[in-house]
Design a protein around this ligand. Structure first.
Ligand SMILES: NC(=O)c1ccc[n+]([C@@H]2O[C@H](COP(=O)([O-])OP(=O)(O)OC[C@H]3O[C@@H](n4cnc5c(N)ncnc54)[C@H](O)[C@@H]3O)[C@@H](O)[C@H]2O)c1
Length: 340
């Protein structure tokens, strides 16, 4: 049984813990830590965990009762436990984003390069979603020819918090498309541009410009537009369409049962993100557990993928000021990540 130390015990930690306890095989949570100790107590209570509350991140990571670490704390609190885990040579699953600054991402990559081993898996769970997997396979097997253009939609019914601001649209929402687009298109980013469309009068968040359209251009010329809103009102709606040389492949509009009733044919729409990627959350975590149990490096999105996402996100946020396209300069990819 793989013994897991959990850092951060908020909403997504509850999702992962429920999965580990109820659906996944081969792991148990033995230590938890949260700066807010009531959150640590609550997660132990809610899932009847046989776990102790660690006095600090360092104690948790270095405990002989912890084989691998799950980082589910606030965005800006990921770097400390990740670096500690790499130092301790323990596999670490970190929720996205890897870190909030490029400097911190570089520190994480440098730490793995120094140890000559990969320990980190970033929680870009969409790569594990069966529909995204089919989309990737369709592109990779050449069924639609080379991908030329794309359209993504990332809509939520309402802002996640009342302090969700203009840059959060990038770091909390668009970051998922940033990860998925270069993975699907098998290409690097050349530029990113963010523009603001006519503003939604129903948006109540004062410091949030909404909606936004992010355009990325890839090195081989493909262009992908992502429509982003936190004020869709009607529900959580994610779409991805890839247009190739000889066909189109796209996620279904709503992977839901079709209901014929009262003179209508319809699908229900989820209110938030919890359900659409429920299976992906389970698959990513089981994959992390399986590789950790076999003493193998994680197979999921790497620290390098996390760094790429940080570079594009930083430039997308810069582009929010000018609404102009910004050229992307990526640091050189270390050998450690080249076979991935
Ligand atoms: N993959 C996804 O789709 C997805 C979905 C939701 C959240 N997330 C990510 O998961 C992370 C947590 O998000 P959430 O929605 O659970 O937030 P949340 O606010 O519900 O929980 C965060 C928890 O972290 C704790 N915390 C803050 N600073 C800490 C520190 N220094 N050390 C330990 N604990 C600390 C807080 O007390 C809180 O309990 C974020 O990075 C977020 O971006 C990912």
């Amino acid at each position: 049984m793989l013994k897991l130390g959990l850092v951060g015990c908020g909403a997504i930690a509850h999702t992962h813990t429920a999965n580990i306890v109820n659906h996944l095989k081969g792991a148990q949570i033995t230590q938890v830590y949260d700066v807010f100790s009531a959150a640590a107590k609550k997660i132990i209570r809610d899932y009847k965990l046989k776990a102790e509350i660690a006095p600090s991140i360092d104690d948790l990571v270095n405990s002989p009762d912890v084989d691998a670490i799950l980082v589910c704390s606030r965005n800006d609190a990921h770097v400390e436990p990740i670096l500690a885990a790499i130092k301790a040579h323990k596999p670490v699953f970190s929720e996205k984003p890897l870190a909030t600054t490029l400097t911190d991402c570089q520190k994480i990559v440098a730490a793995e390069v120094k140890e000559g081993q990969r320990f980190v898996q970033v929680g870009f769970m969409r790569r594990y979603d069966p529909f995204y997997q089919q989309l990737k396979e369709t592109i990779d097997t050449g069924k639609i020819g080379q991908p030329l253009m794309g359209y993504c939609r990332h809509f939520t019914a309402e802002p996640a918090t009342n302090y969700f601001e203009t840059p959060n649209m990038i770091n909390d929402a668009f970051i998922h498309e940033i990860d998925i687009i270069h993975w699907l298109f098998n290409d690097d980013y050349n530029s990113v541009q963010v523009q603001f469309a006519r503003q939604n009068s129903l948006n109540k968040n004062e410091n949030l410009t909404d909606p936004q359209i992010a355009t990325v251009k890839m090195k081989h010329g493909a262009i992908v537009n992502t429509y982003l809103t936190q004020n869709a009102q009607y529900g959580y709606d994610v779409k991805c369409q890839v247009i190739g040389e000889k066909g189109i492949a796209e996620l279904p509009d709503m992977p839901k049962l079709e209901i014929h009733q009262a003179g209508k044919i319809y699908h229900e729409i989820d209110h938030d993100w919890t359900y659409r990627f429920a299976e992906a959350y389970q698959l990513e975590m089981q994959d992390f557990i399986d590789h950790a149990q076999n003493n193998e490096a994680p197979a999921g999105p790497t620290a390098w993928d996390g760094l790429i996402a940080a570079v594009i996100a930083d430039n997308a946020i810069k582009s929010q000021s000018s609404q102009q396209a910004i050229k992307i300069e990526l640091p050189e990819q270390p050998q450690l990540y080249q076979s991935k």
